[in-house]
Design a protein. Sequence first.
Length: 97
Amino acid sequence: MDFGDRLKSLRTQAGLTQKQLAERIGATKSMISYYELQERQPSSVSLRKLSEVFHVSTDYLLGLEKGESIDVSGLNEEDIQVVRQMVSLLRKKNTSG
């Protein structure tokens, strides 16, 4: 999956239009369209803003990181443990065929 596909996937999962995303990062709707179509690459500042909007790393956006990270900031330690347990249970379910 390339950057444009990844960006579009994250945007649609978040329920955002191109215009809404553009407003959040201080860009234009056409710039978001160019990014998604792979016609332009975001500046480092825009890339950082995109990663903040979607709570993913810039490496994930660029396809350098294989797995997706989950931002647990704002959760207390007990909630973080619940998330870890859920991930562990889902891994077991998906590998036990």
